[in-house]
Design a binder for this molecule. Sequence first.
Ligand code: UDP
Ligand code: GLC
Length: 380
Amino acid sequence: MKILFLDQSGKPGGAELCLIDIAKPYGDRALVGLFTDGPFKKLLQQHQIPVEVLATKPISVRKQSNLLQAATSLGQLTPLLAKVVQTAKKYDVIYANTQKALVIGALASFIAHRPLVYHLHDILSPEHFSQTNLRVAVTLANGFASLVIANSQASQTAFVAAGGRPELTEIVYNGFAPENYQPAESEVKKLQQQLELEGKFVVGHFSRLAPWKGQHILIEALTQCPPEVTVILVGDALFGEQDYVQKLHQQVATMGLEHRVKFLGFRTDIPQLMTACDLVAHTSTSPEPFGRVIVEAMLCGTPVVAAKAGGAMELVEHGSNGFLVTPGEPQELVQIIHTCLQETEITATIAKNAQAIARQRFDVTAINQQIASLLTQRWG
Ligand code: UDP
Ligand code: GLC
């Protein structure tokens, strides 16, 4: 089966990193068509995944755009659509990995007579999207997709609550290669030295800098933690959230935490950094659709605390393979940090348990087989 994957992003967010793992086994039988040039294209090339930028200009629909803006941007889409239709004729299936990819993919599937798969990485709720974008996504998925792969039960439920047809949906979690999360001890030590983390209790936050990812909650919690607790913020503003970045720096300065918070920017050595942490904190203030970073921390054997909402609740069982806290409540986070500082044995057992479960539950080979059989059942 030949698959044309479509993704709007030039930057590697979680949905894009997930796509790398899905597209890889198809080799030359797949093409990833991007709507924007950028570092994601380079990453695909490094993985030997065929990739082409199909758009001549970046398209500009925003998460919160209204109907008029959406209609205007549709005009800009014509050349891209023509290119996608022409390309799709050489493939058996169109696989849309993002919402703008769904818009183009739906139209192309109709014109080129190719079936459409929509990989839903988002919680389609008003908390995350404008009414217009929600309506467009659900209408197009209902009308054109033959299969909607939801990245969690939470994403599937939100899709159905927004009017999505339940019979289209299947839930498939993100897959991970466990061996990628076992860095050499020497690499981790080197990193700890470079970043001056030795002797500290390091809480890591791994996420793009965006208000709903809640880095500010962790910084607020830090003010109530003992002085040996240090925070590393790993990630950059991928989608233009510069105001939030400024606010975070201001918050750190106002609270006098400059020596206890390190902004590391976007990194490619996530397993090494996570292993160097004593705790990984996930602090999203809106429900997380899946939460790759939670599973990655587990695979590294690092204890993880996550915000109790959305997909995170499917990944973490409080006190068994991690900790859950109420979203937006720094106080609860402080409590968990204290627990991890004091109850080191229990915490280590929880992390070991999490690692063993995550290796089984999110094994990339099994997950890829799951996707392959969903596709072959329909079009094999
Ligand atoms: N990530 C990364 N470098 C960074 C920060 C994050 O490679 O500096 C990766 C992280 O390891 C994870 C992904 O970006 O695999 C983020 O995915 P997640 O599902 O947690 O959140 P998203 O950003 O997709 O909402
Ligand atoms: C999206 C979601 C994130 C999820 C990722 C991969 O970017 O925000 O929660 O883990 O897709 O499915």
